[in-house]
Design a protein around this ligand. Structure first.
Ligand code: ZN
Length: 104
């Protein structure tokens, strides 16, 4: 399988990691749309949110929550934006939650 996010998780593709544990890996987007643009991906390859096994939803979103708080704190932002593309506009077919500080 040729998946760039699986390569990041395996340490085969360089990335600036901000979280790396048994559930998820978070790293800075290579082409950030906004300051603090971080992608959070499950360690296992699941193409979309609907494919994430129910038992993994809670643990994964705890990491998403932690990174969202860190982005806000780290950038002194008043808020943040957290979203997932599912197939439409999804640049890599491995679930990722993109998040960045609110621009306002
Ligand atoms: Zn993958």
């Amino acid at each position: 399988m040729d998946c760039v996010f699986c390569a990041v998780v395996a340490g085969e593709e360089p990335a600036h990691l901000v979280l790396d544990d048994e559930v998820a890996v978070a790293f800075l987007d290579r082409r950030p749309l906004f300051p603090g643009h971080v992608l959070v991906v499950p360690r296992a390859h699941h193409p979309t949110l609907a494919d994430l096994p129910p038992a993994e939803v809670g643990p994964f979103f705890l990491r998403v929550q932690r990174v969202a708080a860190a982005v806000e704190r780290g950038l002194g932002a008043a808020g943040s934006f957290v979203a997932a593309n599912n197939r439409i506009s999804q640049s890599v077919p491995h679930l990722f939650l993109g998040q960045f500080r609110s621009v306002s």
